[in-house]
Design a protein around this ligand. Structure first.
Ligand code: URA
Length: 191
């Protein structure tokens, strides 16, 4: 159970994030998409940036990519309520363009604080944007998806972004294999 001090830190962080005007995305957003799920999670999924549905609802991964992610969580028996889901960027880039480096630089502090507060055992990057930033700059998603790395005390890996599976269904088989590996790792750390 989170103690009062931790709850206070969450409250402060969320407030700061929701009032953020550090970059120009604050001018075009409808909602800040802070993050969702269990703050005691042992596994955290980190996507790229909110899309239209997320911007409108303020919740990450609720659109088509989110439904795809849900399918894989269900397929490997990971309860969405027991994970924490966030993005590299908390605000939607216009027309869903890729997050810019300087936007990531300005926004990453919020994510780092979320990771510190949750202290998950496993971090899963959803797609190349978060993998390049959180695992290594030259990360190659097509070659290195599903591989586990140890970094700063966390076990971290990357899988294809769920929206990549919508565009290229041939990636679905790899995604299932990767998610099964992640579930196995999660069972190991929970023992
Ligand atoms: N894609 C992402 O990377 N994040 C979301 O929240 C939705 C779509």
């Amino acid at each position: 159970m989170p103690n009062t001090e931790t709850s206070k830190k969450w409250e402060e962080l969320e407030k700061r994030c929701k009032n953020c005007t550090r970059c120009s995305l604050s001018e075009t957003r409808t909602n800040v998409v802070f993050g969702t799920g269990s703050r005691d999670a042992e596994i955290m999924f980190i996507g790229e940036a909110p899309g239209e549905k997320e911007d409108l609802s303020g919740v990450p991964f609720v659109g088509a990519a989110g439904k795809m992610l849900d399918k894989y969580l269900y397929a490997v028996d990971i309860d969405r309520d027991k994970v924490y889901i966030a993005n590299m960027l908390k605000c939607r880039p216009p027309k869903n363009r890729d997050p810019k480096e300087d936007e990531q630089d300005l926004c990453i502090e919020y994510l780092r604080e979320q990771v510190r507060l949750i202290n998950p055992r496993i971090i899963v990057c959803l797609g190349r944007i978060s993998a390049k930033r959180l695992i290594k700059q030259d990360f190659m998603i097509t070659k290195e998806h599903g591989e586990f790395y140890e970094k700063n005390g966390f076990t971290i890996c990357a899988v294809y972004h769920p929206s990549a599976l919508l565009h290229d269904p041939r990636k679905k088989e790899d995604m299932l294999i990767d998610m099964q590996k992640i579930k196995k790792k999660l069972d190991e750390v929970q023992r």
